[in-house]
Design a binder for this molecule. Structure first.
Ligand code: SAH
Length: 213
């Protein structure tokens, strides 16, 4: 955890230092990233000792997870703290950047709320822990993938805050791919484990937007 705090603090100093070059969208992105870290950290610590009963973490899943780290952390940091990616910059009106900043709020709420509702059932990848229970209350009463809904919002806001073709929209591609490949596998895994109960849950909920999508 402390290594994360040290890295994040160094990045924060560099991003604030260069805020006049990168625009205030970079400060909004930094705030969102710091918030994500502190939302996730206690849940990651609580679930670290959980014994895994079933894992579907194959090589593809590992590549997709690495793609998420690269597109949501590494590329933004390279863009923000150095000038290396500046050849791919674009300009956006201030109000679009403001929409990006505002969009982070519901995104962070969704991520926090889904962590709180999943509790010990959370895992960063495709796996079930020993004693896994099905969560269908709280925000899970309305949609099956609130955490992914939150991450969708985060990656959609990223190019509005980071005005660069490499550091901005790449996250949409990486998460789009991860979501498209993972959501069906995750639901198949949940169906295997929870059978009729999960089938009934699928029949009365949507994946991302209540009643719609
Ligand atoms: N797809 C969910 C959860 C993401 S975390 C969301 O977007 O909110 C991924 C892990 O959560 C999966 O590997 C699975 O073990 C667990 N999981 C997903 N849906 C669940 C549910 N309804 N109840 C309990 N665990 C669930």
């Amino acid at each position: 955890m402390w290594i994360g705090v040290v890295i994040l603090s160094s990045v924060a100093v560099a991003v604030i230092w260069r805020a006049d070059v990168n625009g205030w969208g970079s400060i909004a992105w930094l705030s969102g990233t710091i918030a994500m870290f502190f939302i996730r950290m206690p849940f990651a610590q609580q679930t670290a000792e959980n014994k895994v009963a079933l894992s579907r973490k194959d090589i593809l899943e590992k590549v997709l997870l690495a793609g998420m780290s690269v597109s949501m952390m590494l590329l933004p940091i390279i863009f923000l703290v150095s000038g290396y990616l500046s050849f791919a910059n674009y300009a956006l009106p201030g109000w679009v950047t403001a929409v990006g900043g505002m969009g982070l709020l519901p995104a962070l709420y969704l991520v926090w709320r889904s962590h709180a509702d999943l509790g010990q059932n959370w895992s960063v990848t495709l796996e079930l822990r020993e004693g896994h229970t099905l969560t269908i209350s709280g925000i899970y009463r309305h949609i099956r993938h609130p955490m992914y809904a939150g991450i969708w919002l985060l990656v959609l806001m990223q190019p509005l805050l980071l005005h660069n073709w490499i550091a901005g929209p790449t996250a949409i591609l990486c998460f789009g791919l991860l979501y498209a490949l993972r959501a069906p596998k995750e639901e198949a895994m949940m169906l295997e484990e929870f059978g009729a109960e999960y089938q009934e849950y699928i029949s009365r909920t949507k994946r991302l937007i209540p009643g719609l999508l």
